[in-house]
Design a protein around this ligand. Structure first.
Ligand code: GAL
Length: 420
């Protein structure tokens, strides 16, 4: 209860700050571009700043106004953006994920299509077709992708595993449950989790690992019922996995969630690959020696992808500058400045692979490997529209509290039909 109140207070406070900063923005010169995102953490903030600097250099006299609102996965930013869009007060460009997350904005006319910009920049040829399809609604393209992230990853410290006498991270969730016994016997938490969105992120990877990519895709496309026995088994596994986690004292966001693993109180955590920039740049940890990562159990060879993209809102004060920003986002230079710092790989297929080192080199290889199977993330906007995702959030909150997976499945099954 108090957590909910705290969140409301936080959102109100951030709204107030956003309103104040808007006031400053409006009051200042017109030669500025306001860009909205949720990148305020180490790595992501630097990545955004690098692109902003390059944008300012290419557009002398124009100031880049960073309107980022903190909170992993846009947990605060999305709510505040919604109220700005409702009030017809959009920033000049805002962050959205590729996929069904864009649908509401398109249907309600909040964003402009970018077909002319895509033609002018030749982007259809340099972004993967599957990605462009996820940015296209009724033949119109609505956002420019700046990166590719991977969600289905299990992070750990090789040294900690060695000390526990565990030879390798688990290849299946059943194996994770076996390892959890060993880990608990040594007084550690098997799995660290974070706030609600991170618990959903975990559920997504357990579903993927237990069902496999075909059924995972079918489930979100409506071809497989949430009431099917396979899905019930997968949800039951999720409940068991959660029981081996610190969900009762879950971390407040994804960075403190990772901190638990690297300070040694927990052994594993599931998180997207934005973790790599945090671990390397902020924690100064070295890939493979200080930290390591594998596909989350049961999902080897699958890339559960998401893509951060930027839009051109209807009613942007400076659509001319917003287009220039989008060109920066889609350009090879912009992508190569941003992604190595952000901990993501470029959306462009022609970006210079040599710039991507350590974890990112591995990620790029996997992404470009024709044998890799690509599926879309639930938590980060690809496979479910916002209304459906919000219903999953509410039902999941109850499931995590009460552990009633049957009720969860029934609610989500019903809500799928009601939210399409
Ligand atoms: C995702 C976003 C990433 C990163 C992450 C944690 O939704 O796509 O870029 O910001 O949330 O906040």
């Amino acid at each position: 209860m108090w957590k909910g109140r705290l969140a409301i207070v936080a959102i109100l406070a951030v709204s107030l700050l956003a309103a104040l900063s808007m006031f400053t923005v409006r009051g200042a010169s017109d030669d500025q571009l306001e860009v909205y995102s949720w990148w305020t953490g180490p790595g992501e903030e630097e990545g955004l700043a690098a692109m902003a600097k390059s944008f300012e250099a290419a557009n002398p006299g124009v100031r880049f106004v960073n309107a980022a609102v903190s909170g992993g996965a846009g947990s605060n930013a999305k709510a505040i953006l919604a109220s700005r869009l409702l009030a017809n007060d959009p920033p000049d460009s805002y962050q959205r994920h590729a996929g069904l997350e864009l649908l509401d904005d398109v249907r309600s006319g909040k964003v402009k299509d970018l077909n002319d910009l895509y033609r002018q920049q030749g982007w259809a040829k340099v972004f993967p077709k599957g990605l462009v399809d996820n940015l296209t609604i009724e033949n119109k393209i609505y956002a420019v992708p700046v990166n590719i992230h991977r969600a289905n990853l299990l992070w750990y410290s090789p040294k900690a595993l060695k000390e526990l006498g565990i030879a390798a991270p688990p290849k299946t969730w059943a194996e994770f449950l076996q390892q959890a016994e060993v880990i608990k016997a040594k007084g550690k938490t098997p799995l660290a989790v974070g706030p609600e969105w991170s618990q959903k992120h975990l559920m997504e990877t357990v579903l993927l690992g237990q069902l496999g990519p075909d059924k995972y895709e079918d489930l979100f496309a409506g071809g497989l019922s949430w009431l099917a026995p396979d899905v019930a088994d997968a949800l039951n596994m999720y409940a068991k996995v959660l029981a081996e986690s610190d969900v009762k004292s879950a971390a407040g966001d994804w960075q403190p969630q990772l901190d638990k693993v690297f300070s040694g109180s927990a052994v594993y955590t599931v998180m997207g690959d934005w973790s790599s920039s945090y671990l390397e740049q902020s924690k100064k940890l070295q890939f493979r020696t200080d930290y390591d990562v594998v596909a989350s159990p049961g999902s080897n060879g699958v890339y559960d992808f998401l893509s951060d993209s930027f839009t051109l809102p209807t009613g942007a004060r400076r659509p001319d500058l917003a287009r220039k920003w989008l060109i920066e986002c889609g350009s090879p230079d912009g992508q190569n400045l941003f992604n190595p710092l952000k901990g993501s790989i470029p959306a462009r297929t022609d970006a210079d692979a040599a710039l991507y080192k350590g974890y990112l080199e591995w990620a790029l290889q996997q992404w470009r490997d024709p044998k890799t199977r690509i599926v879309g993330s639930l938590t980060h906007g690809v496979v479910a529209n916002n209304a459906y995702n919000a219903e999953i959030d509410s039902a999941l909150g109850l499931f995590v509290q009460h552990g009633d997976e049957g009720k969860f499945a029934q609610t989500v099954e019903r809500q799928f039909r009601e939210t399409q």
